[in-house]
Ligand binder design. Sequence first.
Ligand code: FES
Length: 216
Amino acid sequence: MDRRAFLKLLLSLPVVGALGLFVSPLVRYLRPTLGPITKTTVALGDTPTEFSGATGLFSPPDMPQREKEVAFPLANFAKAWDFQTFTFGQKSKEYSFKQYQSIRIPGFVVRLPQDQDNGQPNFHVVSRICPHMGCVFNFIPPEKAPEYNYNQAVNPLFACPCHLSVFDPLKKQDAGAGDIRGKVVSGPAPRPPRYFEWNINGSDLVITAVESGGIS
Ligand code: FES
């Protein structure tokens, strides 16, 4: 290499370095969300949780994992509109020394007036975190609805004290992922509250998972 070529190469190094600095975050930004770097098992109390550690470019991201199921005896819901509150523990993988983040999601279980086709009682199980801006909402009798700016209530409702969103557990609304119970009948909330998956196991109602996609 002659002297001129060597000097050219030397002068081009800062340009190459600057390009690298610009391109590398851009590539990382364009990559889909990846799983954690390694397969890990996280224990919280007596409930170990395994995150996949899948690191392929198109491998699915690690989803939040429940800490444990929540169960209620069906006897707690003897008639329509009987309800209970609960909290649902969930762990998400996190790039920190702790390796995970643990959250508690408050919820309502409400027995609906109409039973399922198989004769079993039917329930609406929701996160109490308002899909508007994340306040914790209440379950109210219809006569309280005017306090939330809603005057057409004929059945109990979920109602948020922050900006007065009201959700009707008997009505469904298209929320992008199909019809979801808990239609917004008043106020600024953009969609029904997140729902929990549940099943009836013997004489218990068992809550197994929360609708994916965030907690509010
Ligand atoms: S946070 Fe519930 S209505 Fe705004």
